[in-house]
Design a protein. Structure first.
Length: 349
């Protein structure tokens, strides 16, 4: 898991280069209706990719939503748009074998007559036989049970596609610049997080974010839970003061993923948690004196690219936090309890 986390900048670069020469990407951009609604579908970590991708598309001026495949299968009237707007479902599965994603794809293709796009790290799997188009992030495939570089690489692939569909050159250029500019920050964050975990003890974790970073916060919380068998929650940053802040104690680590767009309001919540006696960790592109004063650990990304292009860069901090916490607890993060690399069901939903 550690090697796969640290390999991300190199893998991102390879995946983006492959997408840049992909005939399938060009075909999708030519054939999908610009006025359609993108429906991103995935389970677990892939659902959080879907949430971050949908937020990206909406901020680019496109119609988009994220839904888990179980909702498509069990409550299709809620999950599917009932308006005349054409839908563009994207089926996300690292393995290409996730049962519920396959079942949702078959439902959409065969029962609803809606053509789908697949995104996977694994060629030759059942998912590509269901979908009309398949996008691959082959370099991101991994051995670990938990998703690390596959999560960030598939997110970048969808953001890259969104930039092309929306003709947003700034985002596209930012994504291409991300791997090289982020590599130094990753190395420094790894060392600081390892030291922080080794010198602190926490019983629970809460991850706070707003806007397009909310799905990222959910993934970070999941990485801590999966890798260290620790309890982690996620809230919108400003919603935390409306009840959830009752959990604040020195034994709970509150992790703030600070956006640029909502920075001042989010830092106010950070200061409030610190005043209540909480322990805090901050991940921001750049932190001012207020954030540094209120943060027990502050990680700065220092990226000169558009805010939307930075989403993937927040994820490794959660991955490393989970990894180091698991190792400290004597848990092998490569073999998390009760989990398997692929969820394959014996019976249909």
């Amino acid at each position: 898991m550690e090697a796969e986390i640290l390999s991300q900048p190199v893998v991102w670069k390879e995946c983006l280069q492959a997408l840049g020469t992909s005939a399938t990407v060009s075909e999708i951009c030519d054939q999908v209706p610009r006025a359609g609604e993108w429906l991103f579908i995935g389970c677990g970590s892939s659902y959080y990719i879907a949430q971050a991708a949908a937020a990206t598309f909406v901020l680019l001026g496109l119609q988009a939503r994220a839904v888990p495949p179980s909702e498509v299968l069990l409550f299709p009237t809620l999950a599917l748009n009932q308006r005349a707007l054409p839908q563009i479902p994207v089926l996300i599965s690292r393995s290409g074998r996730t049962s519920e994603v396959l079942q949702a794809g078959e439902f959409l293709e065969k029962k609803r007559g809606i053509r789908t796009i697949a995104l996977t790290c694994s060629p030759g799997e059942p998912l590509e036989k269901i979908a009309r188009f398949t996008l691959y992030t082959l370099a991101a495939n991994e051995t670990s049970t938990v998703m690390t570089r596959s999560f960030t690489s598939m997110l970048l692939a969808l953001q890259y596609l969104g930039a092309l569909v929306a003709r947003e050159q700034g985002l596209g250029s930012g994504l291409k610049a991300l791997p090289d500019t982020f590599a130094p920050s990753l190395s420094g964050a790894h060392a600081r997080l390892r030291e922080f975990v080794n010198t602190h003890d926490f019983l629970d974790y809460v991850f706070l974010a707003q806007g397009p970073l909310l799905g990222i916060a959910k993934e970070c919380a999941l990485k801590v839970t999966e890798s260290s068998s620790s309890y982690a929650q996620t809230f919108h940053t400003l919603e935390f003061r409306h009840g959830p802040k009752s959990i604040v104690t020195p034994d709970v680590l509150a992790v703030f993923l600070l956006s640029e767009s909502g920075y001042d309001a989010e830092v106010e919540m950070l200061e409030e948690v610190k005043e209540l006696g909480g322990r805090t960790m901050v991940v921001a592109n750049r932190a001012d004196h207020r954030a540094r004063k209120a943060g027990d650990l502050v990680i700065e990304l220092n990226l000169e690219i558009p805010e939307l292009a930075r989403l993937a860069a927040y994820v490794p901090c959660g991955q490393i936090l989970g990894l180091c916490t698991g190792l400290k607890k004597g848990i092998n993060p490569d073999e998390p309890r009760h989990l398997s690399r692929v969820v394959i069901l014996n019976s249909a939903v």
